[in-house]
Design a protein. Structure first.
Length: 240
């Protein structure tokens, strides 16, 4: 099944899905497998930052394009984007599951020339907290993706490849690279958050709820005030 970027020029949208990984052996199989149930033209690219587990062997066994790059989401995603063939790029975390009909939703969104960047809402799913009262706290975390004007990386950012290239790609910094890309693209046009939801793991919140909420709530403001990503990452811990 194929979807079209615009009826005017009949250009088929091949969407290149770029998944940055570092030791994601327990999740990458499901992440890649979801595209067997997602209609549309997809190119899957895994950008690995030096995994020491079975991530790379799982990717190779599936025949998915593997790009090995310097560790860090920015460098990894830039390296994969340089190898991508699609007219649109989707940057997807390894613990994320797209909503049904994602290809059509993204194609229709990017058909509007005034839209520079699109993303989804997020619904976090409990893992260790499943069945616990703590799982209700995740609904508060989900509200951020409903109201924020600048999307986070867990929302599945998608962009036309030419627009991404014109920005120079992700900045080479250890944190907030996706937010800085969004800020850059917002100067040229709209950022659209779709009502459809990505399902994402709640592992960050389950690991340290207070730290995750603090980082999610205050890091964008601190970054705007001039606090460097290298300083912020000391509070955040490892991005994955």
């Amino acid at each position: 099944m194929r979807f079209w970027l615009s009826k005017a020029d009949n250009q088929v949208v091949l969407i290149s899905v770029i998944i940055p990984t570092l030791n994601e052996a327990t999740r990458i199989e499901a992440c890649l497998g979801q595209f067997e149930q997602q209609p549309g033209d997809w190119e899957l690219i895994v950008a690995d930052g030096g995994s020491g587990d079975d991530t790379i062997s799982i990717v190779r066994a599936r025949g998915v394009l593997l790009i090995c790059a310097a560790s860090g989401r920015g460098p990894q995603m830039n390296a994969a984007a340089a190898a991508a063939q699609g007219s649109a790029l989707l940057f997807l975390h390894a613990d994320a599951t797209l909503p049904p009909g994602a290809h059509r939703l993204m194609s229709e969104t990017l058909a509007d020339s005034g839209t520079m960047l699109g993303c989804f809402r997020v619904r976090h799913e409990a893992e260790r907290w499943q069945g616990s009262w703590k799982s209700r706290l995740l609904r508060f975390a989900d509200l951020r993706s409903h109201y924020t004007r600048r999307p986070y990386g867990d929302q599945g950012l998608f962009v036309r490849r030419l627009d991404f290239e014109n920005t120079g790609g992700f900045p080479h910094q250890p944190l907030m690279e996706e937010l800085d890309l969004a800020n850059q693209l917002n100067r040229w046009g709209r950022i659209v958050t779709l009502r459809a939801e990505i399902r994402a793991s709640s592992r960050r919140f389950e690991a340290n709820l207070l730290r995750a909420v603090f980082c999610m709530s205050f890091f964008p403001m601190l970054h705007r005030l001039g606090v460097s990503p290298r300083a912020l990452i000391k509070l955040y811990g490892h991005p994955r």
